[in-house]
Design a binder for this molecule. Sequence first.
Ligand code: ADP
Ligand code: ASP
Ligand code: MG
Length: 412
Amino acid sequence: MPLLVMKFGGTSVATLDRIRRAAKRVGREVANGYDVIVIVSAMSGETNKLVGYVGETSPLYDAREHDAVVSSGENVTAGLMALTLQEMDIPARSWQGWQVPVKTTSAHASARIEEILTDNIMAKFGEGMKVAVVAGFQGISPEGRITTLGRGGSDTTAVAFAAAFEAERCDIYTDVDGIYTTDPRITNKARKLEKISFEEMLELASLGAKVLQTRSVELAMRYKVRLRVLSSFEEMDDSAGTLVCDEEEIVESKAVAGVAYSRDEAKMTLTEVEDRPGIAAAIFGPLAEAAVNVDMIVQNISEEGKTDMTFSLPIDQVKRADKALEEAKARNEIGFSELLIDSDVCKVSIVGIGMRSHAGVAAKMFATLRDEGINIKVITTSEIKVSVLVDRKYLELAVQALHDAFNLDRAA
Ligand code: ADP
Ligand code: ASP
Ligand code: MG
């Protein structure tokens, strides 16, 4: 039997009505002759609520119990989806991650899938089950504890199942009808792309475009999964949505494919750091140990053996970083005069494989921001992206101006 993976995100299963709507779509694929693995997210808002409960109960929580709580939203929707399908006379049952099992690392709250055993589900398909409804976002660690895969992790569950079961396609149903040149909530000039390359989507996702979790794109690229993003609200034909595919399949040849942003960034600066071999290791070692995800780094030219070191990080990690650095200072491992924290910044990035061959892309980005009077605080580049840190109040303006400057509202 050919097999499909269909994933429904939080807004697509937010009410019983929407679950019914999603189930109808699944029913159509069953009628088309497919066995289907449905991956569900928690109802929208549910995961945030559970994360909030954990933080309120225990500020420095045990990560294993965090995952036990936070994974539960998906259990509810998996059961409800199975019941809905049964009401439609479609043989279906639900599976929690541990029942499949979805084996992961023990890095709670950001576990990685290591293996999905297919035997149990395949045996049920063999017995006439048509739909396996699997709770996304969760798995089981080698220690036998429930794990979660990081926010947005149901996308990764879906792609990992598509790879493990060699599905014909992995369809991600969400609240937008595909992948756009930028977040359509920021500008109505955002244009839906018919196709986007794995490389570009990987960058956009890791730079903040939350339509797909970064890891899901990585897995799709590695295992050649046919990955589509489409709307669970609109009736669409088979070619609708956006296909994430190899570079060779893309016809557009623009320098920039899209603009991404990450709203909740912060910047920390250590002033008058002694400039000596090993100082970067002495600063960033303790940060790594404290599980701070440092992103951009700038070291100033030194004067009289002293330098300033600036780095960016997610805003919710500032407290942890502050503590780690003050402790390193108290242990005399590093010396600095001040630790400056700027919590009002965001990161805006342009991404495109065309940058490899087009010159002047970064210069055009900087000129565009200058024309809007937006000051750039930190810059980083790689082969196919340029990122800048700017004041958060300029986020929308910067995204819109860059979208205009690179003519992203028009196809190449
Ligand atoms: P789900 O709950 O279905 O997983 P998410 O909220 O995680 O949905 O992701 C969908 C959202 O991603 C959209 O509503 C949109 O605001 C946002 N988004 C950000 N960048 C993009 C982009 N380039 N294209 C489409 N959507 C984007
Ligand atoms: N429910 C989880 C989250 O909100 C996983 C997901 O929806 O992908 O992050
Ligand atoms: Mg999501």
